[in-house]
Ligand binder design. Structure first.
Ligand code: AMP
Length: 225
């Protein structure tokens, strides 16, 4: 099987984290979420965590230099025995896209690179984010929904199915902050899509409003896995 480096592009609430977890399990890929790394720093109260906490709670982006260091550090520690790598929610700016491309060229030259864009209507994103809860264990951070009948509901109320830790609402998952995050996201997405187009890169698209298992099937199909 050809090794893959997959970039998941999509707004907050599009399901990138959820699908990353499914791909990790099904394909034995590893998943880099810079959002998770940022939250780890905040929970560990590192100097960096204190520096970025207020940016994140206001829905702003963390500076490129900090994110690029996180990506580099993650790759250095995880680059061995990888069948695939998913970039979840990163890159988020053109500068980060250029950086990730360079990293892929140097570290993952034998990997096939795919860019998958998750498309979801804004009202669906709002509903998802308002009912989203995550595992508060920094080493887990699995995503759940409190919406009844949703396949992402936890088995036990507000407890993680995997590690039994309490589930929490993310402080940046409020309606107001989401509006800001979406504005910031789409503003940069436009530039990133132009960058990839200029590079002659193909963008694969999935309808991320479908149920999780259907989105997974589509990802599997378009990425030839
Ligand atoms: P996420 O969990 O991907 O929604 O990220 C949560 C927050 O972390 C974002 O709203 C940003 O403030 C910050 N963040 C995560 N990844 C990046 C990135 N690649 N570039 C800039 N900021 C990021």
């Amino acid at each position: 099987m050809i090794k893959k480096a997959v970039i998941f592009l999509g707004p907050p609430g599009a399901g990138k984290g959820t699908l990353s977890a499914v791909c990790e399990k099904e394909f034995n890929w590893k998943h880099l979420s810079t959002g998770n790394v940022c939250r780890e720093h905040i929970l560990n109260k590192t100097d960096l965590g204190q520096e970025i906490a207020s940016l994140i709670s206001q829905g702003k982006l963390v500076p490129d230099q900090i994110i690029m260091q996180m990506i580099e550090m993650w790759i250095v520690t995880h680059q061995y025995n990888l069948d695939g790598i998913i970039f979840d929610g990163t890159p988020r700016t053109v500068e980060q896209s250029v950086f990730v491309d360079k990293m892929l060229e140097v570290q993952f030259r034998n990997f096939e690179t795919l860019i998958i864009k998750f498309e979801v209507d804004e009202d669906v994103l709002m509903n998802r984010i308002e009912s989203r809860v995550v595992c508060g264990n920094k080493d887990c951070q699995r995503v759940y929904s409190t919406q009844s009948g949703n396949s992402l509901q936890s088995k036990q109320l507000m407890k993680c199915d995997v590690c039994n830790h309490d589930l929490v609402h993310r402080p940046d998952d409020s309606r107001e902050t989401l509006k800001k995050r979406l504005d910031v996201y789409y503003q940069h997405e436009k530039d990133m899509l132009q960058y990839y187009k200029d590079q002659g890169r193909k963008i694969l698209v999935v309808n991320a409003q479908d149920p999780v298992d259907q989105v997974f099937k589509n990802i599997k199909h378009i990425s030839n896995c």
